[in-house]
Write a protein that binds this ligand. Sequence first.
Ligand code: AMP
Length: 201
Amino acid sequence: MTRSAELPSARLLIVGPQGSGKGTQGVRIGDALAVPVISTGDVFRANVKAGTPLGLQVQSIIDAGDLVPDSLTSEIVRDRLTQADAANGFLLDGYPRNLGQVGDLDTFLNGRGEPLDAVIELSVPREESISRIAQRAIEQGRTDDTEEVIANRLAIYERETAPILDVYRERGIVDAIDGVGSLEEISARIFAALAARGITG
Ligand code: AMP
């Protein structure tokens, strides 16, 4: 996926609690806007599966539902954003996850004169996200989808990730999207919000 340089840039984040459907919506946005979707969770899981040094380093952290250190995570994202297919846009899913990572991303993007264009905040009630995660646990068998680890991940979301939205809200780049409804309905809300900012495929 490479977004043509003739189109307006589409440097995007999608933020929402576990089970908000952001992974699914992220893929749809990536397809529609021709931008690569960069999921730090997917990068870590792929490395764990392949048994790489990075995978061995992060496996126990992921299994506990804790956050991988910022320095390591931000370096991976910087490397990925430097690749040619991300030159005119990308969608980050699952990063930044706390204020330290917001600072790391700002430093990188400001250094290139390429600020974020929009942050999609996907909201779902807590009960709904828990039932979606439980469903995913059955379908995908993720090692970090156990009840105890899910509770830890949701607590970290509330404590560390939700505050990043305040920073982006102050910049006027957050689009709050109701994440309850059919896949199509939710996608339509997201595309309408992005179109209002002049971001289309
Ligand atoms: P996710 O699929 O986004 O829920 O990520 C799965 C796991 O990968 C998380 O519970 C963390 O252990 C780790 N992870 C993913 N993204 C990050 C991040 N931005 N910072 C730190 N750890 C992360």
